[in-house]
Design a protein. Structure first.
Length: 230
């Protein structure tokens, strides 16, 4: 299992926009009440599989709830408007789920929540205005940290061949016809998305590979979690 070192600033700090602005300040309270570990990565890397395995180990979870969102709208799923609304809804779902945990006694260890995918997807997948989406993403993150909610992004990745196989198997499953417009099984699209994830390395706290032993993957994620509760 390869664990690429932390590439992102400590979650007490946030960069809003590009370049950083005066909002890039430390939180007043350096210990968040809730730590949300968001599993991110290209389609087919195994996010849902890792998420499901961690849920089976007792972690509280927040799934992506993406499929229902893309059905019935006339706009492309990756249009700016759709992605912006999806990102805002994702941040809202995190806040709602974290609300009960923000009331615990001061000094208590942070609650850990595992999320399948993350709001960062909207920044990478939008078909236009990526810089505007990133600015909105950074502001929303700042608001979360002011509430005492720290977000940790774990990018999952794997080699292209098993990635394509996973995508093709998923597209063949009943009920996944809504994914067809996303062109997930197009090799050129896969390469383009991988480059987007690689170029967004400042967004990830950790990068883990999923084309190794499943147990090793889970151990790596749990090591990341262990660092958050120290």
């Amino acid at each position: 299992m390869c664990v690429c070192g932390t590439k992102r600033a400590h979650p007490r700090y946030v960069r809003v926009g590009c370049p950083p602005t005066d909002l890039a300040l430390p939180m007043t309270d350096p210990k968040p009440s809730v730590c949300v570990v968001l599993l991110e990565g290209e389609a087919g890397v195994g996010k849902s599989e890792v998420y499901t395995a961690l849920r089976a180990r007792g972690y509280e979870g927040l799934d992506e709830d993406f499929g229902e969102d893309v059905k019935g709208d006339l706009l492309h799923p990756q249009s700016f408007s759709r992605e912006l609304l999806w990102m805002a809804a994702f941040f809202q779902r995190i806040r709602v789920q974290c609300a009960q945990h923000l009331k615990k006694a001061p000094g208590s260890p942070p609650t850990i929540i595992i999320a399948d995918r993350s709001p960062a997807s909207a920044v990478l997948f939008t078909k236009s205005e990526r810089a505007v989406m990133r600015a909105a993403f950074d502001v929303a993150e700042h608001e979360m940290r002011e509430l005492g909610i720290a977000l940790y992004y774990v990018r999952l990745t794997c080699a292209e061949e098993p990635l394509l196989q996973r995508i093709q198997q998923r597209l063949a499953m009943p009920g996944n016809d809504w994914r067809v417009p996303l062109n997930e099984d197009d090799p050129a699209q896969m390469t383009r998305m991988r480059k987007l994830y690689d170029n967004a390395s400042d967004m990830w706290n950790h990068t883990l590979r999923t084309d190794k032993d499943k147990g090793a993957v889970l151990e790596s994620v749990e090591r990341v979690i262990a660092e958050l509760v120290v």
